[in-house]
Design a protein around this ligand. Structure first.
Ligand SMILES: C[S@@+](CC[C@H](N)C(=O)[O-])C[C@H]1O[C@@H](n2cnc3c(N)ncnc32)[C@H](O)[C@@H]1O
Length: 418
């Protein structure tokens, strides 16, 4: 079915970062107030011509911006994007009948992302390395990227050679590069079986190339020293592929906000603790109980704590907090809670917190909609949102993250602004 050519005016940005015109018609790479022209098919104008650009439009700094699916909002000014992201949080709260003082937004700088997942394909003479294109499975070959850290970008040649050796003729590799303290950690999936000759070739390839570890389908192939990641005063050995905050700057903004939110708390439960991004820095001031579903992450956290000096006690517990949240009598021993759930939020845990006597909570979220749903339960149980800070680790994308301080009315914790 061929579409109809139309002229439309963009009214707002949608949750995926597309401009939205009446209909609705979704228009990539457009901004509110712009008049666009193009063919509309199935509610989408895939290749708009911008007839009246607005003042908030900038020339995307990256030469791959148009084709690459990584940065759908690189054509917008930073200030515009910052206030749009704050507005996304306000709108999610409003939909639940809530408001909160928003203290500002911390946006990570360009070239600061410390993890990149590349798609790679073997060619007759070489390899194709890049990101998946906008809403497509095509690999858009990249030679530069304004998002990822230069030390990751410097590994593109090596990823090419690794693809020539390790990809099958028709298959595609997913190559994850993570920047750790001592170099780059590489994990590969979708490759040839790790037989002896491949093992030897890979080990030779990465030796002396600034790589701390190479893992193939989850199996470490080679490690040059320990793959360490500093978290506050401790260093953890990051399990391959384990969650980590997207940028150092974003992690620092989250940790600073949580430390201030929980100032004075002596015993803290860190729920959805991962490898201890918050537990380990917080252990400078409070005893921590870290709860998380992945045992290997908790063991990494515990070993990191053991190797650090001067920290308060840290205990760990492997537990599925969706199915078995901490109950009110377990929560009673803590002065404060940190919650940092996945995108689905922490509904089951928040129900228990609401009916407990916990008075102070710092909640981190990468999904304003589930955050607002959970926040409403807390507010109905007597909490107020003392303040909220937006943390943008995913610049030029529509993702929004935040951290908020909740205080139960009448509890000792009181209001504490940062
Ligand atoms: C957004 S990450 C945060 C991790 C950590 N707070 C950090 O900043 O590095 C969410 C964490 O929740 C864990 N998780 C996911 N589902 C879970 C569940 N049902 N119960 C407990 N932990 C879960 C994941 O393994 C992941 O480590």
């Amino acid at each position: 079915m061929s579409g109809e050519r139309r002229q439309l005016t963009i009214e707002r940005l949608g949750h995926q970062g597309d401009g939205v015109a009446p209909g609705p018609v979704f228009v990539p790479r457009s901004l509110p107030g712009e008049v666009v022209e193009g063919v509309v098919e199935a509610g989408r104008m895939a290749s708009p011509r911008i007839l009246t650009p607005v003042a908030e439009r900038v020339r995307p700094p990256c030469r791959h911006a148009k084709a690459c699916g990584g940065c759908v909002l690189q054509h917008a000014q930073d200030d515009f994007l910052a206030s749009w992201k704050v507005g996304v949080v306000e709108a999610a709260l409003k939909a639940q009948g809530l408001e909160a003082p928003i203290l500002g937004i911390s946006t990570s700088p360009p070239r600061s992302r410390r993890r990149a997942v590349l798609a790679a394909r073997r060619l007759k003479n070489g390899a194709q390395i890049g990101f998946h294109g906008l809403k497509s499975n095509t690999i858009i070959e990249i030679t530069d990227c304004h998002l990822i850290h230069p030390k990751l970008l410097a590994q593109l040649d090596l990823v090419g050679r690794l693809t020539q050796i390790g990809a099958s003729r028709k298959g595609r590799l997913a190559v994850t590069l993570t920047l750790l303290d001592g170099g780059v950690d590489i994990t590969v999936s979708g490759g040839r079986p790790l037989e002896r000759d491949l093992f030897a070739q890979l080990a030779k390839l990465v030796s002396g190339a600034g790589v701390v570890r190479l893992s193939w389908e989850g199996e470490p192939v080679v490690a040059f020293g320990a793959p360490l990641l500093s978290l506050g005063p401790a260093r953890v050995v990051l399990p391959p592929g384990a969650f980590l905050q997207a940028t150092r700057e974003g992690e620092a903004a989250l940790v600073a906000a949580i430390e201030q939110a929980l100032e004075g708390a002596g015993k803290v439960a860190d729920l959805f603790a991962g490898v201890g991004t918050f537990s380990l820095p917080l252990a400078k001031m409070a005893a921590i109980h870290a709860v998380e579903s992945q045992e290997n992450m908790l063991y990494a956290l515990q070993a990191g704590w053991r190797g650090a000096q001067g920290l308060k006690p840290v205990t760990i517990e492997a537990r599925d907090l969706f199915r078995r949240p901490l109950l009110p009598d377990e929560l009673a021993q803590f002065d404060a809670i940190v919650l940092d759930p996945p995108r689905a939020g922490a509904e089951a845990q928040v129900v228990e917190i609401a009916s407990s006597r916990v008075g102070l909570l710092a909640m981190v979220s990468c999904n304003p909609v589930t955050f607002a749903r959970d926040a409403r339960m807390l507010v109905e149980a007597g909490f107020t949102i003392d303040w909220l800070r937006v943390v943008d680790q995913f610049r030029w994308s529509p993702h929004v993250e935040l951290v908020a301080r909740f205080v139960r009315q009448g509890s000792k914790s009181g209001a504490k602004r940062i």
